[in-house]
Ligand binder design. Structure first.
Ligand code: TXA
Ligand code: MG
Length: 318
């Protein structure tokens, strides 16, 4: 069972667990977050495992301050204006991700943009003490409502995490507003803790809401799509194909693959999840027209891995 510690006693234990690659619950002003070191792929995989999320949606990387944010993403003047006005606070900015930021690709689900937020209070302190960004979706299992008290988090996730930091009921009580900031405009991706008209007042610009209304976050359009075709669950590698392998055993014809990456030699799901997006990207960059993918079992994180592979393989228009 999780230890529950009040904020004022929890900082060093929280940092120690994050550094060790654990996922823990921390209070933010919006909802409790299930937090892990955003630079550690296996720690991030643990978030999905703990939530029982069947999909790898991109996660918000939480930062301690603007300096940390600007090392991770490219801020244009509009993004600076929004950060000045609303950080720390319940506004998440989707911005171009800087190469070499150190944030693990499982956080961005392989996208070239990244969602950043600077929380108030304990969240910011723990990130500052850790010295690294923290990935944190709401602290609830998949399909349950977001935890806004330590008790709610305990009832839902208490058996699966080592620590819940109790900061009392969260003041905002719903998730942050997410906007995508581009050169010439701001698109509302998810309504939340900052009202759209507050953002419009600060920027003097109308928010775009996307051609098809508010974009459901984490849907097809916001996922990494390789240039290569994908063949899933293959029994054999065909000439010219690259191979995304899983586990100790190879399918027929593996030796002729033009490039190969193994998600996990030992067949370990958390390792496979941590490797998924970086390996896909590497095989895509090999230039092979098709990436053949060995079967990945559906157990545990395998469900999310298979979901992502299916989305990456889905036909698309471009
Ligand atoms: O208030 C909050 O935002 C809470 C607290 C813990 O900070 N966090 C939270 O995270 O709600 P989560 O993972 O439940 O929601 C993050 C949303 C996802 O639905 C995801 O699709 C979207 O942000 N997102 C993340 N990165 C994105 C990107 N690069 N482009 C578009 N959407 C993105
Ligand atoms: Mg959530």
């Amino acid at each position: 069972m999780a230890d529950i510690l009040p904020e004022r006693e929890a900082l060093s234990r929280a940092v120690e667990l994050l550094r060790a690659g654990e996922a823990i619950a921390i209070p933010t002003e919006t909802v409790y977050g299930l937090a892990a070191d955003a630079t550690n792929g296996e720690a991030v995989a643990r978030i999905y495992e703990t939530k029982g999320r069947p999909q790898f949606n991109p996660l918000i990387a939480h930062v301690a301050d603007r300096a940390m944010a600007e090392r991770i993403a490219v801020f244009n003047p509009l993004a600076r204006l929004l950060a000045d006005a609303f950080w720390p606070g319940p506004l998440t900015l989707v911005l171009p991700h800087r190469a070499g930021s150190g944030v693990h690709p499982l956080v961005t689900a392989g996208l070239d943009t990244i969602a950043l937020r600077c929380p108030k209070g304990f969240g910011a302190r723990v990130i500052e003490a850790l010295g690294r960004p923290v990935a944190a979706p709401s602290a609830n299992s998949s399909g349950r409502i977001s935890g806004t008290t330590a008790e709610a988090v305990e009832a839902d996730l208490g058996a699966r995490i080592p620590l819940i930091v109790d900061g009392g009921p969260t003041p905002v009580g719903l998730e942050s507003t997410i906007v995508k900031v581009e050169e010439n405009g701001i698109t509302l991706l998810r309504p939340g803790g900052v009202a759209a008209d507050e953002i419009e007042r600060v920027t003097g610009m109308a928010l775009m809401r996307g051609a098809k209304g508010v974009q459901a976050p984490g849907m097809l359009a916001s996922h990494y799509a390789p240039n290569a075709h994908m063949r899933l669950g293959v029994a054999e590698v065909k000439p010219g194909e690259a191979l995304l392998a899983f586990g100790p055993q190879r399918v027929a014809g593996a030796e002729r693959a033009v490039a190969m990456r193994n998600l996990s030699e030992s067949g370990e799901m958390r390792e496979a999840a941590a490797n998924l997006f970086s390996h896909l990207l590497a095989l895509d960059r090999s230039g092979a027209a098709t990436i053949a993918v060995e079967p990945v079992p559906l157990e545990g994180l395998g469900e999310a891995i298979n979901d992502r592979l299916a989305r990456a393989a889905a036909p698309r228009d471009r």
